[in-house]
Write a protein that binds this ligand. Sequence first.
Ligand code: SF4
Ligand code: ZN
Length: 726
Amino acid sequence: MSDVLVQLGEKGAAAVLNLTRESLDKTIAKSGKDTAVEFPETNYYFPLINALLNIEVKKLGDLSLALKEIESLSKGVATKTGLVIPYLGGILNKGVSTLLCEEILAGLAVMNKEHPKNGIGFIPDKILRSLGLQLVDGRIAGIAVILGPAKDEDAAVSLIRDFQSKSIVSLLVGNINGKTLQKQLENKGIELGLDNYIVPLGEDYLSAIYAVNFAVRAPLIYGGFKPGQWEGIAEYIRNRVPAFVLLLGHVDEVIVATGLGALAFGLPIITDLEVPQLGKIETTLFEALVTEKDYKKLPSKCLLTRGIKVKMAQVAVPVPYAAAFEGERVRKEQLQVEFGGKASSAFEFLSSKKENEVDDGKIEIIGPDIDALAAGVKSLPLAIIVDVYGRKMQKDFEPILERQIHRFVNYAMGLMHVGQRDMDWIRISQDAFAKGFRLKHIGVILHAMLHQEYSAIVDKIQVKLYTKQEDVDRLLGGAKKVFDERDERISGMTDESVDTYYSCLLCQSFAPNHVCIVTPERLGLCGAYSWLDAKASFEITPTGPNQPIAKGATLDSKLGQWENVNEFVKQKSNKSIDKVSMYSLMESPQSSCGCFECILAIIPEVNGVMIVHRDFSGMTPSGMSFTTLAGSVGGGVQTPGFLGVGKLYILSKKFISAEGGLERLVWMPKELKELLGDKLKRRAQEIGQPDLLEKIADETVATSSDELLAFLEKVKHPALNLEPLM
Ligand code: SF4
Ligand code: ZN
């Protein structure tokens, strides 16, 4: 490494260490060492300190302990967890110490209400959990930690648009004389937010630490690593967290010291500045420090340096097209034309046809196109009819393909799609229209994307778009009949009615021992894979993550254990799990990866079970919030009494049936109750407990086990009379 970098790094590290010592001393002198200090909504305390030093920071005094360790590390002396990095003459130790110090400084800033500042600041655990699936299925290809603003506003927009179209999430940090990338983008009317793959962390450079202590939680949440196992944790980040640092416009000694810390975790640095270059080092996969001054080439240079491969959709439409544009809305002021919602009648319908009935690539508009509208008219009726033919196409796959219309249409910049079937709502923005987007492009998108993602089951696709009221009305009747038939077929499907279940191993790229078993009556814990989805996905990629498992001999029908399922799980969990019950929370329950929609947990005091979903941030009667509970479930291990599940599993007849099923459920957040609404009510009626819903407590009546017990006794909840759980 060049001497200049080493000197700058050493200087920066020393400065940060001094500042940390001073700030901490001052704060302790003022508030006392027993004052509580924490980051919001995390189960990992100060995540970096926890992960590397195995110290659970709860009060200021704990930070002094951490600082002692950091001081020895910065001198190249191993910490109690054995942390010391030998490479490059030990300079990376300075980097890691700097990051650890910065986590302390950030914690103090939160305590003093100086953070967050123009950004989200600390990233809660639940965001990492919600991103899990998008990372494993490729909708997010990587994470850019961008320090500093772009050279001008236009460059900022083109840079970010390029990252978005390559499915990269950008985390924005820092400012030069008050100029931030965030402002540059806002000035240009770019919509920020996680849904749009652009997340400002904060306008000072210290906020970069929030990217680091976000990344370091992935091995803890998904990888099954324990705090203190720093080698495995660093290795995990290097191999499984596709992040890199993009440094724009400004560097100083503290940034160099921080950058050395990033390098220690294998995150390379790409910059538009003239700096000494650094090739591959022991901790990085490829080059460590690279300059690229041409903004047009920057994004691909970043991906190349981190070794990120992007599958880009090839779709011939006049607007950018990528998963990053999925969450973008089209507001009223930007509206060119809309279909469905409250504005007009609209629906979408995909079905399979005979070979000679489908003319591949044919797109027909029957009725006026959107450029034929009279001034001031902003809506049209619309029926999107997609006909597919495929040698391996099955009727069962129709609803799965149809559901993709939502995603495919949304990927186009300037298009918004909400809902499905006859509840859809589509908006096209003025920008998209001005760029030449017309109705036929919806057909172009569906044709291209269905071929691209489903070529194994569809060979021919044609699309018809009807915009006359009488056509839409006439066609809707027939479609509705099919929608009903589909619903009946799915609700009639039971675990007993099939002899094959499917695996899902998608999350193994993050949780290497985790196996989901998906059955007709129990979907994957992320909520995204039903049995039919898994079946279709197997047809599409026979060697992919969804493999058929012929159940084999039944070992225990109450618990839901089958010979071949156990054998499969044993093999694919790297021998860490040898049996799994599909219907039990208590005996050999399924493992969890980390991206579960809900957590089930026993409450022994009331002989019952509670469920909480990811969006609920309050306290639960188990004495833990979702975040804390989630910390004890995950990493691909079985934890009897605790279980990650998909929302819809609650409605299944097989919902913890080994423990008595729905009758066991004593508490759930009000919002979740409302979300499941009538369907939950119907389930309660089916089991002969029509008033069960009112007997299930929520946060408005109980947030502790005492309150819960009192409530359950008052309403005579059936769980109180079930056989003992433990
Ligand atoms: Fe991950 Fe399970 Fe969902 Fe598959 S079904 S994506 S393994 S959580
Ligand atoms: Zn998962």
